[in-house]
Design a protein around this ligand. Structure first.
Ligand SMILES: NC(=O)c1ccc[n+]([C@@H]2O[C@H](COP(=O)([O-])OP(=O)(O)OC[C@H]3O[C@@H](n4cnc5c(N)ncnc54)[C@H](O)[C@@H]3O)[C@@H](O)[C@H]2O)c1
Length: 359
């Protein structure tokens, strides 16, 4: 009999509910507790989730429930304090949402705290469980592209929603090679005050230690993916090699052209399909230290570091060498440096999300 792990989920908005349902439906977990700030939302969620223990006080509940997995799905402004609650709960694994932090200083503090506590962490870049994402990874791993020289990803959604997703998959498609330096540029102040604070448009060049070049871009000026209707899924991530390319479109399948010819297939980002294997990989990692979760915290840290290096490059100019140490919080520094010029849109369909864009 496999061990059943007790889980506490904090934050019960869209993603908290996805997580709570996935844990509840998995035979490997018991949804032992839920917590969020709003008592009415908490009561409603408890009724929907089979009445686990519920409280508006995450720390009090953690002490009561003694979870194996402490999971939180809160806005990006709420990270460090819930990591501390997770550590205090003595959970063996903390699972939380991207982006892992709002600055390099915070990411460093989180990494240090979880390392000292000896707790595993997983950050939710779960798109990779999509069969179309997997198909591209398999095509690259099969050698069908020859020598991979370029990896790329772009989204019309803004940076703190999507850039770390893109970097995570680009790193995966490049065998998780380390990044040596990064150079970036950004435009538009409209989203600096958003709940996911970001420049309206940002682009980064990544030089990986294995010589592969990465290009990642998010926001108002990023290219359209006309094959995809749903705006948030207008993302394209792929790899090019000496013998061809393979790429995934978040909202509609994958395609590849290699020496074997042109191929394509279906697939669409789908929380109902991606969440069950994502949480089950947590049970596997808890069972066996060697079965490290594909979305482990150190991988998220590497991706977040690339993201913050792009912002540092915008502010400081030029190439930024990794690894990064502590520094001025990147988004605050960016707010001082970005000119007031309105961002230019790549497609008119983005105007509803970037109302301050140039006409
Ligand atoms: N991985 C993905 O595919 C994906 C998709 C969407 C959102 N996200 C990320 O998930 C996170 C949450 O997004 P969402 O769409 O679920 O947001 P949401 O606004 O729907 O829910 C956030 C929840 O957190 C609660 N909360 C806020 N502060 C809290 C605190 N201090 N203590 C306890 N609860 C608190 C809120 O009351 C709310 O219930 C964000 O970081 C977002 O970037 C990830």
């Amino acid at each position: 009999m496999s061990r059943v792990y007790r889980v506490l989920v904090v934050g019960l908005g869209k993603r908290g509910k996805h997580h709570a349902v996935a844990f509840k439906n998995s035979p490997r977990f018991e949804l032992a507790g839920i917590s969020t700030r709003d008592p009415a939302r908490l009561a409603k969620a408890a009724a929907e989730l089979g009445s686990p223990r519920a409280s508006t006080d995450p720390l009090g509940l953690a002490r009561e429930v003694k979870p194996d997995v402490f999971c939180f799905c809160t806005p990006p402004t709420v990270r460090r304090e819930l990591i501390e609650v997770g550590i205090e709960s003595k959970a063996a694994l903390i699972a939380y949402e991207k982006p892992m932090a709002l600055s390099m200083n915070e990411a460093i503090a989180i990494r240090t705290a979880v390392r000292e506590a000896g707790v595993k962490t997983v950050v939710s870049h779960q798109h990779r469980y999509g069969r179309h994402y997997q198909k591209v990874a398999e095509t690259i791993a099969s050698g069908a592209l020859g020598r991979v020289h370029t990896v790329y990803g772009h989204s019309v959604g803004w940076m703190l929603h999507l850039f770390t997703h893109l970097v995570d998959y680009v790193r995966w498609y490049n065998g998780n090679a380390a990044a040596e330096w990064v150079m970036g540029q950004a435009a538009g102040r409209g989203k600096l005050s958003d709940e996911h604070p970001s420049p309206d448009h940002v682009a980064g060049i990544i030089h990986f230690a294995n010589g592969v070049r990465g290009y990642v871009e998010s926001g108002a000026g990023a290219p359209d993916v006309p094959e995809v209707d749903y705006w948030w899924r207008k993302n394209r991530i792929g790899a090019q090699g000496t013998d061809g390319f393979a790429e995934v479109l978040t909202g509609t399948g994958w395609r590849a052209v290699t020496s074997r010819g042109a191929q394509s297939g279906e697939g669409c980002m789908n929380y109902d399909l991606d969440m069950p294997p994502y949480v089950e990989d947590m049970a596997r990692w808890l069972d066996d230290d060697r079965q490290v979760h594909p979305c482990h915290g150190e991988s998220a840290y590497q991706g977040f570091e690339i993201t913050m290096a792009v912002l540092r490059s915008v502010v400081e100019r030029g190439q930024v060498t990794l690894p990064l140490g502590p520094g001025e919080p990147e988004l605050e520094a960016l707010a001082k440096a970005l000119p007031a010029r309105p961002v230019r849109l790549s497609i008119e369909a983005s105007r509803k999300e970037y109302p301050s864009a140039a006409r």
